[in-house]
Each structure stands twice: as structure tokens, then as C-alpha cells.
Ligand binder design. Structure first.
Ligand code: GAF
Length: 393
């Protein structure tokens, strides 16, 4: 059992004086490459972190939902008792919007929930662009489906991609963040030792072996601790800009703009939209090139694609920030093979692909650069592709 599942179970027993019926957990993610491409029907390439959010659940039959979360300081925050039938966006507030939103999205999608007590615990860093919200949404969905007799490992399991769409709907319509399908799909579908190539339009996925250690490399995560929040940031503006550009170009989504026709396509749209299109088209290309290189076992050669992705997000898509840029440049100067922001941006985390030998030097370089700039000290850790969502007990 993961640490998160153990904590959720203990807190459940303390709160409800009974064992949970089931405990489900789901991981956070890093996105190796393919940023802001998901809502353009493009390609993404995430892998799961070992950090997880667990939800301990017990069925109740009165149509009510209770949600409590066990903080790392040992305290339990309760969101009160919600009626599943009456649940409407905006009702739960704060962190409880995510699990309540999932219950709402399941109900809106025609799934009858009998009622449940949920206790949440987890160790996915929050506000760090590592998808703590998707981890919470996916673990909640699986726990609620289990209480309704539709567990992922049971005979009446729904399609995993349906669960991804329901949990995204919770985030879009209940929480109010206009995000794509990357995070929920990563949390549900990733497997240990693999990165997940995901074609968002077709829904197809491929598990691609990702063994950094086998090439003498490590993936270093730099949580810049600069605040990131999708609902309050320019995420929605970028998304709208992409949709406008696709409409002007007469294509269903920017995925349909061919790299070979990029320059002529750019001439057809207003100047302010050109950098957005350039990023999405070149980023999709970089994801496909990453896929080719990983399939050939050329992990080292992926580094330069990561760096090119960062520059495009910084200069064209303009979703980076000073802390992310400082982290990336310090990592590169210290010898990393490649580095980029990961996730939605405007703060959050960067990743660096670095040789195991040089990793301590990179960590020092990033920490020192943050100190020089007067930034809050970053949180640094190395990571490996870990398992996707599943039942823990
Ligand atoms: C956030 C969103 F939730 C994803 O859907 C994706 O758009 C990502 O930002 C950027 O690639 O994580």
C-alpha cells in the first residue's frame, strides 16, 4: 500500500469508526513534452510520478456525500455533507470542489451514485504544476465508481477514457478551469518504466519504455514554488486564441496545420495569433520526433527537443515565468542535456534531463541561481515513471 493509501485508511477509520470498503489512488505526472497541445487535438507525452493521492471510500445509501482530507500536518478538514442529487457547481468550495465536481460529473453522465463517505490523503505537491488536481479527481472517480458497483477492476467497469472525460468535465465545468485531457489520461493510463504517448484526437495511447537510468541519466524535477493556477491565469486566453486561429485557418483544430505549411498559414492570420500557432505546430512535431528517438532508444538525443520546447513556450506561447526560465537556464549551464517547464506554466515545475554524474552539480546550480535572484528555495527531486491509478485495498 502506498503511504497516501495508508494515511487515507487510518484517517478514514479515525473519522468513521469503520473500515473503508475500498481505497483507490492515482498519481501526479510530469509531461515529458507536448505542452498546450492537448486542447488543440495534438500529442502529449507524460509519465506518472510516484507521488499519489488516495481516496478511502465507504458506500452509504442515503444519497449523501461526505468528503474530508487528511493534511500532511495530521489535521482533517471536512467539507460538510453534500446531497448528490442537489449538487451544483460552486457548492463545495476550495479543494472540495474537485471531488464534489467528480461526483457531479458522474451524475451528469448518467451514473447513479448511492452516496459515499470519502477520506482523501496524498503527497502530490499542490500548486506545483504536477497535476495534484487530476490525481484527486481520478482517485475520487474510481472510489465513487467502486461504491456504485462499477469498479475499474470489476465486470461493469466503464472505459478508462470515459473516466478521463468525466474527470476533465469536473475540472472544466464544476471547478471552472478550461483544461484539456492530458492530466487525467496520464493519471489513469501511465505505467511504471514507460512514458505514455497519447494522441488526443484519436484517443490512442502507446506505452514507450523510458529507462533514464539505463542510459546513465536522471529526470530532475524543479518545483519552483512560484504560484501556478489555471483558473486565474492566462491559460484560458491561450486556449481561446488557438480556437480563433483554427477557425480563421478553416481547420477543426491547430493539430490540422501541417508543419510544412506553417509559414503560409501564419500569413493568413493576425499577427497576435501567429506565435500561438507556431508553438502548437512545432510542439506537435517535437513530440513526434521524441517518439521516434525514444523508439530508437536515443534518450540522450531527446534533451535538445526538451530545450526547444521550453524556448517555444517561453517566447511564442508566453506561459513561462522568471523562476522557470532561471531553473531551465541554470540546469543547461550546469550540463543538463535538456530542460523545460512542464505543465500549464505561469509558475509550477521544470524538468531537466541530466546525467547521473552531473545531477548534484545541476541541483546546486539551480539552488544557487534561485538564491541569487532572491527567489524562494526550489524543491528538487529526481523521479522515474511510476504506476497509474489503481485499487490499493
Ligand atoms: C495543464 C492542463 F490541465 C492540461 O490539460 C494541459 O493543457 C497542460 O496544462 C499544458 O500542456 O496541466
Amino acid at each position: 500500500m502506498s503511504g497516501a493509501a495508508e494515511r487515507a485508511t487510518k484517517a478514514f477509520v479515525a473519522e468513521h469508526r469503520a473500515d473503508p470498503d475500498a481505497v483507490w489512488s492515482a498519481p501526479g505526472r510530469v509531461n515529458l513534452i507536448g505542452e498546450h497541445t492537448d486542447y488543440n487535438d495534438g500529442y502529449v507525452f507524460p509519465f506518472a510520478l510516484p507521488h499519489r493521492t488516495a481516496v478511502a471510500a465507504r458506500r452509504r445509501d442515503d444519497g449523501l456525500l461526505t468528503i474530508a482530507t487528511h493534511g500532511s500536518d495530521g489535521t482533517l478538514q471536512r467539507a460538510g455533507t453534500l446531497s448528490l442529487e442537489a449538487l451544483e457547481p460552486g457548492e463545495a468550495g476550495g479543494w472540495a470542489n474537485y471531488p464534489a465536481g467528480v461526483a457531479w460529473a458522474l451524475r451528469e453522465s448518467g451514473i447513479t451514485l448511492p452516496g459515499a463517505d470519502l477520506v482523501v490523503a496524498g503527497d502530490v505537491p499542490t500548486g506545483a504544476g504536477l497535476s495534484s488536481s487530476a490525481a484527486l479527481e481520478c482517485a475520487t472517480a474510481l472510489a465513487l465508481l467502486d461504491t456504485a458497483g462499477r469498479a475499474l477492476d470489476g465486470p461493469e467497469a466503464p472505459e478508462v477514457m470515459d473516466i478521463a472525460r468525466w474527470t476533465r468535465r469536473a475540472e472544466n465545468e464544476f471547478v471552472g478551469a478550461p483544461t484539456g485531457l492530458l492530466d487525467q489520461t496520464a493519471s489513469l493510463r501511465c505505467e511504471p518504466a514507460h512514458a505514455l504517448f497519447f494522441d488526443v484526437r484519436s484517443g490512442e495511447t502507446a506505452q514507450i519504455p523510458f529507462d533514464a537510468a539505463g542510459s546513465g541519466l536522471e529526470v530532475l524535477v524543479v518545483d519552483t514554488r512560484a504560484n501556478h493556477s489555471h483558473s486565474e491565469s492566462g491559460y484560458g486566453d491561450r486556449r481561446k486564441g488557438c480556437e480563433q486561429a483554427a477557425e480563421l485557418l478553416g481547420v477543426p483544430a491547430l493539430r490540422d496545420v501541417a508543419a510544412a505549411e506553417l509559414e503560409s498559414s501564419l500569413r493568413e492570420i493576425p499577427e497576435r495569433l501567429r506565435p500561438l500557432v507556431r508553438h502548437v505546430v512545432t510542439e506537435n512535431d517535437r513530440v513526434l520526433e521524441t517518439l521516434r528517438r525514444l523508439r530508437r532508444g536515443e534518450l540522450t538525443e531527446v534533451g535538445e527537443l526538451l530545450t526547444a520546447s521550453h524556448r517555444s513556450l517561453r517566447d511564442d506561447y508566453r506561459v513561462s515565468c522568471e523562476e522557470l526560465d532561471v531553473a531551465v537556464e541554470a540546469a543547461l549551464e550546469s550540463g543538463a542535456l535538456g530542460a523545460r517547464m512542464t505543465g500549464g506554466g505561469f509558475g509550477g515545475s521544470a524538468i531537466a534531463l541530466v546525467s547521473s554524474e552531473l545531477r548534484p552539480r545541476t541541483e546546486r546550480a539551480v539552488s544557487e541561481a534561485f538564491e541569487r535572484h532572491g527567489f524562494t528555495a526550489p524543491r528538487l527531486f529526481t523521479t522515474v515513471p511510476s504506476s497509474g491509478a489503481g485499487r490499493e485495498s
